[in-house]
Design a protein around this ligand. Structure first.
Ligand SMILES: Cc1cc2nc3c(=O)[nH]c(=O)nc-3n(C[C@H](O)[C@H](O)[C@H](O)COP(=O)(O)OP(=O)(O)OC[C@H]3O[C@@H](n4cnc5c(N)ncnc54)[C@H](O)[C@@H]3O)c2cc1C
Length: 527
């Protein structure tokens, strides 16, 4: 089988840092002890695929979060399970998504704290500077450590038959991998998604990074151009800026984070400008040229064409589902190259034996969503389960500083869907803990169905908004209204008191003139 090789074909070519070597084994650069440990765990070079069982209860294609959770859960319930992975177990999240990005973001947060340190009374004799190679070494060390959890050996010990190789359906009940046929009662396609490679003339020749290669860097790019103002682009633009790069962020729309609450996106815009990120909103790269000094992005902007020079380009302009090469058509699994595999509410595809889970079929592409979908698939594929995707309440968070967390609908989405909502807002400039922490840029917004306290959605902008959104998610899952959250006691002072305060604001609306009148009569009478 022909494989891509890891080295650039020629200087400046699109670099495939994370790929396969000539022997067909995955390579994760740089090849240091940490990345060797990672590979030893998630794609051991000496792995021998087992002899297939005569028939499996479940064959799982793809060992990212969705595939791993499905395989482990099903095997734990006694099913005979085969798990097939063509590259690295752990998928995007472990290898070039959540884990490495959150490690780098953690280091960049220290840089953010140091920038605020003078205001908090600290004086440094010299300039505090991030050592990029150490930041990345830390990331590789922690990623390798976490990789034990997703290792091929661990899954074998859980009773899963782990096959390394490319999976392809050959019959409606058979998957082929490395010359071996795996027959199944049910199969799950959990092949994830990959970065969209933009069709910008010259960009491939000039060379660019995606999330699959950026975490292999060992030297900080002096000037970084980030294409895409979604979660991946925003998180990494801020992290690289704080670690010392000059960053320009290109975004076709007039605002960052299109899907998020516009007030939240505005806070992020102001934060980015304050931190020295250059924002090229309403702009579209139309060409890339190589120059002696780096790479020149030629932009189309409302005021005409503009040229911006950078050393490296990071593309974070969306994710495309991995649907090709599996012969899905041949086994009656309908899909769309952009939207992914077509599933019903039970995550069953158009072939009743085959299910899908994770990024390959979900609109919202998150690890916790992939995990939740996997749990639905286990019940619906192996038992007579009737679990529904639509019954889940799945929050999300963009890990910028401040973080932007969302659950349910934003106010804008509610209005677009014709849902009449009343919004309760608590800005952190009115929350004691945020004031003493110097973290006033943010808010808690809770939307309730008008005339009731039923929560339809909430947005939190705060340094740890991802942690705080859990309380509102719990309320939505448990059917608790905003009035109930008013009665939840938080330790003082905490930023999560803002949620209770939003609840208090709701309770005050219940004090109608009629109720007030009754109360004052009561007071008069009992005086
Ligand atoms: C930079 C970045 C940061 C992110 N940060 C977060 C975050 O903080 N929180 C969060 O919740 N989400 C985050 N995500 C999203 C998260 O990584 C994904 O939603 C999650 O990994 C999806 O899991 P999955 O199992 O569906 O797919 P994947 O993790 O993509 O796994 C699919 C697997 O299938 C394999 N495969 C594909 N085709 C075949 C085949 N034919 N045969 C065999 N194997 C195959 C692939 O090699 C891959 O290993 C981030 C993503 C990126 C890019």
């Amino acid at each position: 089988m022909r494989r891509r090789i890891s080295r650039p074909a020629k200087p400046g070519a699109c670099r495939l840092y994370l790929s396969f070597n000539r022997k067909g084994d995955p390579v994760v650069l740089p090849l240091d002890a940490h990345n060797r440990e990672l590979i030893d765990n998630v794609h051991p070079a000496d792995w021998v695929n087992p002899q297939p069982a005569s028939r499996y209860n479940l064959v799982v294609i793809g060992a990212g979060t969705a595939g791993l959770v499905t395989a482990a859960g099903a095997a734990g319930l006694g099913a005979r399970v085969a798990l097939v992975e063509r590259h690295l177990l752990g998928g995007d999240c472990l290898n070039y998504g959540c884990v490495p990005s959150k490690c780098v973001i953690r280091s960049s947060r220290v840089a953010g704290e140091l920038q605020k340190a003078a205001k908090l009374g600290f004086v440094f004799p010299g300039e505090a500077r991030a050592e990029f190679s150490t930041v990345m070494e830390r990331m590789r060390r922690l990623r390798a450590r976490i990789s034990h959890h997703d290792s091929a050996e661990r899954f074998r010990s859980l009773g899963v038959d782990v096959f390394l190789g490319e999976a392809r359906f050959t019959m409606p009940d058979t998957v082929q991998v490395g010359g071996k046929a795996l027959r199944f009662k049910r199969a799950v396609v959990a092949t994830g998604a990959r970065a969209v490679h933009p069709p910008i003339p010259g960009i491939a020749e000039a060379g660019y990074h995606t999330n699959e290669t950026i975490f292999s860097l060992t030297e900080l790019p002096a000037r970084l151009g980030v294409i895409g103002g979604g979660p991946v682009g925003c998180e990494l633009a801020q992290a690289f800026r704080r670690l010392g790069s000059e960053v320009v962020l290109f975004q076709g729309a007039s605002r960052l984070l299109n899907r998020e609450d516009s007030d939240a996106a505005e806070i992020l815009r102001q934060t980015f400008l304050r931190e020295g990120i250059r924002l090229a909103l309403n702009s579209r790269p139309v060409r890339v040229e190589r120059s002696a000094a780096g790479k020149t992005l030629i932009l189309s902007t409302p005021s005409g064409e503009e040229r911006i020079e950078v050393d490296e380009i990071l593309v974070g302009a969306g994710r495309a589902p991995n649907v090709a090469g599996m012969n899905l058509e041949g086994v009656g699994v309908a899909y769309d190259a952009r939207k992914g595999i077509q599933v019903d509410d039970s995550l069953r595809t158009t072939n009743p034996r085959i299910f899908a889970a994770g990024d390959v079929c979900l609109e919202d592409k998150h690890t916790h969503g992939a995990d939740a979908a996997a749990r639905i698939v286990i019940q619906n594929a192996l038992f007579l389960g009737r679990k529904k995707l639509s019954s889940l309440v799945i929050p999300r968070c963009t890990y910028t500083d401040p973080e932007i967390a969302q659950v349910g609908m934003s106010g804008e989405q509610a209005r677009e869907s014709g849902v009449d909502v009343t919004t309760f807002l608590r800005p952190f400039s009115e929350v004691d803990r945020a004031i003493v922490d110097g973290e006033e840029d943010g808010f808690v917004k809770v939307h309730v169905r008008s005339g009731s306290d039923k929560i339809v959605g909430a947005t939190i902008v705060a340094p740890h908004a991802g942690e705080m959104i859990g309380e509102i998610t719990l309320a939505m899952v448990g059917g608790l209204g905003l009035g109930t959250l008013s009665g939840v006691i938080h330790p003082y002072p905490t930023q999560s008191e803002a949620i209770k305060q939003a609840g208090d604001a709701y309770q005050r609306t219940r004090l109608t003139p009629f109720v007030k009148n009754l109360l004052s009569r009561w007071m008069e009478w009992t005086r």
